[in-house]
Each structure stands twice: as C-alpha cells, then as structure tokens.
Ligand binder design. Structure first.
Ligand code: SF4
Length: 269
C-alpha cells in the first residue's frame, strides 16, 4: 500500500514476530491493503481499521493495540528506524522475552503512546538491585513497583510487567523495552557486586501538586477546584496546559517550570 498523505492511517501492533507474520499472511490472503512497518506492526486505512482488526481476531491473530499513524510518521525516518530495529539477543539470559500486550495513545497527549508489556519471569527480587543502579528511581517495596523517567517517558517496573507512558511511537517503544530487558539482565549478572537499595523515595502527591498550582479554583481547566485538577493530573486524566493562569500569568512562571518537569517525568505534561 502506498501512503496517501491526504488520508488517515492507523498502526496495528502485534505481540511478537510469529503473530505479526501470521497477521500479514491473513492480510495477503484476504487481499487487504496494508503497509508493512515491520514484522511486528502494519499501517492500515483508519476507515477500515476496525473491520481489519475483527478479521485478524476472527483468524486467530491477537492484537496488542493500535494508534494513529501521524503525518510526521510518514517520513522515511519511521520506516528506516523500523528496518534498523533489532531486538538484542537473550539466549542464556535471566530475562528472555518481554511481550507487548497493550498499546494505546497517551491520555494526556494522543501524539504519544503508552504500553504494557509482560516479562517471561518474575523480577521482584531484582527490584532493590535495580533501585540501586537506576538514577532517580522511586521504589515502592510493598507494591513492588520501581518508577523512573527516561527523558520524557515514564517507566514503571512491576514484578512481572513494565508500563511505559509517552513513548514517541512504536519503534521508540520497542527500543525502550529492549533497553529495559538489557538493564534487567545486566543487573542480574552483576547482582553480587551491587548493594541492593531498599530505600523508598518520596513520591509526588496530589497535595504537593496542589501546592504549586495558583489555588484560585477559577475552573478554567474544567475542574471544580485546583485540588481536583491535581488529583486528575496525577492520574493522567488532565493536562498541565489546561490550567490557564499557570500557563499565561508571569507570576506563576517558576511554578510552571517545576510543574512542567514533574509532569513530564510522570508522563502527564
Ligand atoms: S485552571 Fe488552574 S487555577 Fe483554575 S481551577 Fe484549574 S487548576 Fe486551579
């Protein structure tokens, strides 16, 4: 399929290469037009995406998710990066596979994507070691969650899964997942030389966010109070830019800077 820039497309993502290849066989057999992105993803017309997903599912192909193929993605860059992407080998390693099980646009920014992927084994015992090696990570021992930011992306490591918010696109997501796998395997290999860190860093709370807001309850953001806005921002259901006084009034410029950094780390900017 040739990409027509006047039309809308969506990218459908598959959990692994076997399922991706199976999907492309079904698409060819059914004579369905699609653009090959890689063995893990295809682009299809937005108009027919729902119908195509149904056909794939009816033919036994599991789908991880889909998101809008944006104009910027039509540039050769995405296709080149997709071709160049190669998962690192994991033979004999602690963690062999990370299976991508959910992909969707970010709630706070639909130009970015969020995802959930599952490990092939439990990494709970390794979390304190990862807490020791990842700079600025936040560890919640009781819930077995390690949170850290990589540039604008927010990464949460759980016992058996990883969630990522604000990945730029599916190639970015695959590369981050590969980095996560390498980091876990490298930490496992070196665990005898690492002192595990059980320290739990203080997390950002809704009240802290509230403290940086204008606290006028003006409702310009659509929420009844600044505290409600803070809670919803923390949940990824609000955008920082929706607070008009914070965005436009110079007296809040310092607060805005702090909030922007915090929101970017949380993936809700
Ligand atoms: S727009 Fe900002 S100042 Fe107004 S209620 Fe919402 S969070 Fe508070």
């Amino acid at each position: 399929m040739e990409i027509d820039k006047s039309k809308q497309y969506e990218i459908i993502v598959f959990p692994n290469q076997d399922e991706g290849l199976k999907a492309q066989r079904v698409l060819v057999t059914k004579n369905i037009d699609y653009k090959h992105i890689s063995t893990l993803a295809v682009a299809v017309s937005e108009k027919y995406r729902q119908e195509i997903c149904r056909i794939l599912i009816d033919n036994g192909v599991p789908i991880t998710g889909y998101y809008k193929f944006l104009y910027r993605d039509y540039e050769e860059d995405l296709l080149n990066r997709a071709q160049a992407y190669k998962a690192s080998p994991s033979e004999g390693e602690f963690l062999k596979t990370i299976t991508l099980c959910y992909v969707a646009p970010c709630m706070a920014d639909e130009k970015k994507i969020r995802l959930i992927a599952y490990f092939d084994r439990d990494i709970t015992e390794l979390l304190p070691y990862l807490n020791a090696v990842i700079k600025g990570a936040s560890y919640n021992k009781n819930a077995s969650i390690l949170t850290y930011a990589k540039e604008r992306r927010l990464i949460n490591l759980y016992s058996i899964k990883v969630t990522i918010a604000k990945a730029s696109d599916i190639i970015d997501a695959w590369m981050i997942l590969d980095e996560v796998k390498k980091l876990i395997n490298d930490t496992y290999r070196r665990r005898d030389t690492i002192k595990p860190n059980y320290e739990e860093k203080v997390k950002v709370t809704a009240l802290q966010i509230y403290g940086w807001l204008p606290k006028t309850n003006c409702r310009a953001c659509g929420d009844a109070t600044c505290l409600a806005f803070a809670c919803r921002l923390l949940l990824g259901e609000q955008k920082l830019s929706k607070c008009a006084p914070l965005s436009t009034e110079s007296k809040f410029s310092e607060n805005k800077k702090i909030m922007q950094e915090m929101a970017e780390a949380l993936g809700v900017a």
